[in-house]
Unconditional design. Structure first.
Length: 525
């Protein structure tokens, strides 16, 4: 029996000041704040349902998952402060599993494992797994001081370890996906299957110029939309001093092309981490990589998968996992951030041109000589309720494998054979992708309401389902003279009683796009 997969992101239940939270909106992170501070901020309009919350800045959840923070305006009573917690002796977390013959036994606490080591029932090469890690490792990797002169890991032993590994997803630890990290994602759902998305229609032609239809039954229209909507992928090229090359996937999203020269728009949060790595020094990139690995794998979690906080409200780290990651620091030779855009299974290099400080928007340029189609942009921030729209995006990377065959293929491709592969990914970042990841997914819906926030920023709620991976994708009008025109950039998925899908109209970004990003010859309709 395999242990449970690492838990998905969800908000912990707050109790007085037991936790301190970071908050995020449109890529901007503030905090940490106590629950009392957030309550006061909500009363002043500085903290709203559109925000995301996190304890560790690695896993994010909707602000609405804080119980009592946003009471029903129809008469619900304000939250009642909880009584001061009574100090009790901490209970050791039962988060360890160990391999015994053909069985996987657990969960047990750390003291139990150490007693087994002393009694000889757990040996240096016994496989262990603990909550928060993506994989099984030998006991000597967790408790190096418990075994005298631990032998060097050989390729053969790593191959034996890899045979016991069961992965349901890639090794990548990455990226912002509809305001989530590590697919880790809040309320991840399976998206509807997209129709086949060949790079060209059966007659081999793609209409040039801006798109004027969303009729995917028309082969030429289908080809044009696929030609103008790409999957943004950020990964790190990691070269070790041993000569090993790794590509660690850090995140993905969607972009849409807006000029024949390959200029494209996406969310700022899709490329935010890429920008930080790109601007860092060589030494800074290594530090950022190691820090992010520790934030993902070394945070202690309770029996429900929630992060454990120390007395100061900060995430508590596991020293054994930190030591495991620190072992490889001296082996890292070079870290290089790479940004590419996929159209179908073919990818092209991309450069970051502009990152907005006001909107969750960024502009990139794709080095694609055969770029043909592109989208025009709507010049109106407001739209009529129940206007027909369709969202385009690439949620496939975030979706779980559907069939046993697909699960087996993904597991085989991403199975690590060394500590380097466990932490830094396989030789190619594509090894963690399913075939369906490269399929463009359309989801139709209607505009529910257009709202103007404090500060004059418009957002639109709609019913076209979006999922992690849709971040940065276009929300397109389906009918009338505006058919095929991009109305907004899909950004948020809020889970409440029913999902709320949020996009930001592009018209309000016009001045920035033309005067600051300096994108030439944008078409506004």
């Amino acid at each position: 029996m395999s242990p449970p997969s690492p838990p998905s992101s969800r908000a912990p239940s707050p109790g007085a000041d037991q936790f301190r939270y970071f908050i995020r909106l449109r890529g901007q992170v503030k905090g940490p704040f106590s629950v009392d501070q957030l309550t006061r901020m909500a009363g002043r309009g500085q903290f709203s349902k559109l925000h995301q919350i996190s304890i560790d800045q690695a896993q994010w959840s909707p602000a609405t998952e804080l119980p009592g923070m946003f009471p029903d305006k129809r008469g619900a009573a304000p939250p009642v402060p909880e009584p001061e917690p009574v100090a009790v002796a901490p209970v050791a977390a039962k988060e360890w599993y160990y391999n015994s013959g053909d069985s996987k036994i657990g969960p047990v606490d750390e003291a139990f494992i150490k007693n087994l080591i002393v009694s000889g029932k757990v040996e240096a090469d016994t496989l262990l797994w603990k909550t928060g890690l993506p994989n099984w490792l030998e006991a000597r990797q967790f408790f190096p001081n418990a075994f005298a002169s631990p032998p060097r890991m050989t390729a053969g032993k790593w191959a034996a370890l890899a045979a016991a590994v069961f992965l349901t997803a890639g090794i990548g630890v990455g990226g912002y996906l509809l305001y989530t990290r590590n697919r880790p994602a809040s309320a991840v759902e399976s998206a509807s299957h997209a129709p086949e998305s060949p790079s060209t229609p059966s007659d081999g032609s793609i209409p040039k110029g801006s798109i004027h239809s969303t009729n995917l039954a028309d082969a030429a229209v289908n080809a044009a939309i696929n030609d103008a909507t790409g999957m943004v992928v950020f990964y790190l090229e990691i070269d070790l001093t041993t000569g090993e090359h790794h590509e660690l996937g850090r995140g993905h999203g969607t972009c849409f092309v807006v000029t024949p020269e390959g200029h494209a728009l996406t969310n700022k949060h899709v490329i935010d981490e890429y920008e930080k790595f790109e601007n860092a020094t060589d030494e800074g990139r290594v530090r950022r990589l190691l820090t992010s690995l520790k934030e993902v794998y070394a945070v202690k979690r309770d029996g429900t998968g929630r992060p454990v906080a120390d007395k100061d409200g900060r995430p508590e780290l596991d020293p054994d996992v930190i030591a495991l990651i620190d072992q490889v620091e001296t082996r890292i030779g070079h870290v290089e951030p790479v940004l590419v855009v996929y159209f179908g299974s073919q990818h092209y290099p991309a450069d970051l041109l502009y990152s907005s400080t006001r909107f969750d928007m960024a502009a990139i340029r794709i080095d694609r000589p055969d770029q043909t189609a592109h989208f025009a942009l709507s010049g109106q921030s407001k739209a009529a309720k129940l206007s027909e729209v369709v969202a385009f995006g690439y949620p496939g990377v975030s979706q779980r494998a559907v069939t046993d065959e697909e699960r087996a293929v993904v597991a085989a491709k991403s199975k690590p054979e060394s500590l380097g592969e466990l932490l830094f990914g396989k030789e190619s970042h594509r090894d963690s992708f399913k075939a369906s990841a490269f399929e463009l997914t359309p989801t139709p819906g209607q505009i529910s309401v257009v709202q103007q926030e404090t500060g004059g920023i418009y957002n639109v709620q709609h019913t076209a389902p979006i999922r992690p991976g849709n971040s940065g994708g276009p929300l397109v009008f389906r009918e009338g003279e505006q058919a095929g025109v991009v109305y907004g950039i899909n950004t948020l998925y809020l889970k409440e009683d029913s999902p709320v899908y949020v996009a930001f109209p592009v018209a309000q970004m016009r001045e920035e796009l033309e005067n600051e990003a300096k994108i030439p010859a944008l078409q506004w309709r």
